[in-house]
Design a protein around this ligand. Sequence first.
Ligand SMILES: Cc1cc2nc3c(=O)[nH]c(=O)nc-3n(C[C@H](O)[C@H](O)[C@H](O)COP(=O)(O)OP(=O)(O)OC[C@H]3O[C@@H](n4cnc5c(N)ncnc54)[C@H](O)[C@@H]3O)c2cc1C
Length: 478
Amino acid sequence: MDPEFNGLEALEDRIRQELGFLNYPPTNWVKPVAGPDGEPALDVAIIGGGMCGMAVAFGLKREGIRKFRIFDAADKGFEGPWMTTARMKTLRSPKHLTGPHMGLPNLTFQAWYRAQWGDEGWQALGYIPREVWMDYLRWYRHILSIRTENNVRLQKITPQDGLLRLHLTGPEGGFEVMSRRLVLATGRAAFGGTRLPGVFRDVPTKFIAHTEDEIDFAALKGKRLLVVGGAASAVDSAAAALEAGAKEVHLLMRAREIPRLNKFKNTVYPGYFRGFSSLDDETRWRFLHHGLSSRVAAPRLSMLRLKEFDNFHIHTGVEVTSARERDNRICLGTRDRTFDGDFVILGTGYAIDVREQPELAPFSEDILLWQDCFTPPAEIANAELGRFPYLGPGFELLEKNKGKASFLNRIHLFNAATTLSHAAVSSDIPGVNIGAERLVNTLAVQFFTEGKDQHLQDFYDYDEPELLGDEWRDEELS
Ligand SMILES: Cc1cc2nc3c(=O)[nH]c(=O)nc-3n(C[C@H](O)[C@H](O)[C@H](O)COP(=O)(O)OP(=O)(O)OC[C@H]3O[C@@H](n4cnc5c(N)ncnc54)[C@H](O)[C@@H]3O)c2cc1C
């Protein structure tokens, strides 16, 4: 999409001016802590340079916490799902969502869009095309000078001397950094990867992909495709395959009827985002349990995308009980029938299982989970919710047994796994400002309190005179 006129420069000037009014960026005030080699450790390492990681980075810089680095495994400008594994045409949330503005109106998506396409363009815009949203995020990074080190992956974490040693791999091979705090802004599949139901475990990879995988839709032309799942990503993948010329697409969903509600749409308001983490455990659990067990409907636009295809079929009430290869095809068995196809796409969502999360798995026995500290009444039992991490007020991991793994509270999850402890303030667009603000506030408090002796000593040592002695006349003194 070509902008009709370019008001972006003027917008950028306004933002620079506003940041200037806020004395941005203030000088660093955090007391350095040396690593084992005597060099100062990072104060914060952020893994993930998508929307959440960038919002935290901006927040830190604005608070004068400047010694941080951001690493992302993806190519520059391709962070997050938007240009890779997302198959919807537009965002699922409405266009007036404000994005990671962190309190600056000129940083909103709307300001950015209007600056280029004008008021009329804004009125004409329905939902935000996902490529346009990615462009906005790229611009956000540019205007705030957020320096992300791309193609760098966190592999392992080793606690050492009260710090965290991070083992990373980048274009030039492996390297390590020491950091006081680690923020995992690692997105959706961040606490156990994708959910792969047991029946699919042994299916050869040439027959199967998860919606989180890169999929060559062109190769599905003329093929019969089976899509398992009924939520957004399954439906969008079905549509992408049909548009790429698939011969037939069968969507197999467990629900007996097509889900029509997305209960979580009713949680998008400041009270929920700000107050959720202060609720008692049972109420938090009830919210999530009810929302998830009501089954989340696919977005209306995604479903409409499928409607025009006569070669698309929805099968409800289907529980796949077996999956095997036969005559170079894949057969999915259910209680009363078999579906066969050339390829299967699993839209089965994300797992919550820390044992499957490479960088956290070594500590899986030590990380406090909800199942360790809350037993729900029988009618709302939910094994998956039990596997969510039970986080502290600053998104930090907590240890299961006191004193055994205290380094865990230096690791802050700022991804989708925080939802049961904090609501969707570190995953979805509407809540990200509130989440980033909360995390940055926590980190500022922690750095100050950890450095309290030095700050107090600075205070004792402070000797910059306010009065120079020439503010009064000697004869005024008696
Ligand atoms: C298909 C799809 C559509 C969505 N649509 C909407 C929507 O319409 N509205 C809405 O509010 N939300 C939506 N969401 C939810 C949410 O807004 C997105 O998931 C968004 O990308 C979250 O931003 P993030 O920064 O948390 O994660 P991401 O954008 O996923 O960024 C995480 C980054 O972490 C990096 N990373 C992960 N692990 C490592 C590692 N070990 N080392 C280095 N880097 C790593 C990844 O490369 C990635 O770039 C959608 C999500 C998906 C998947």
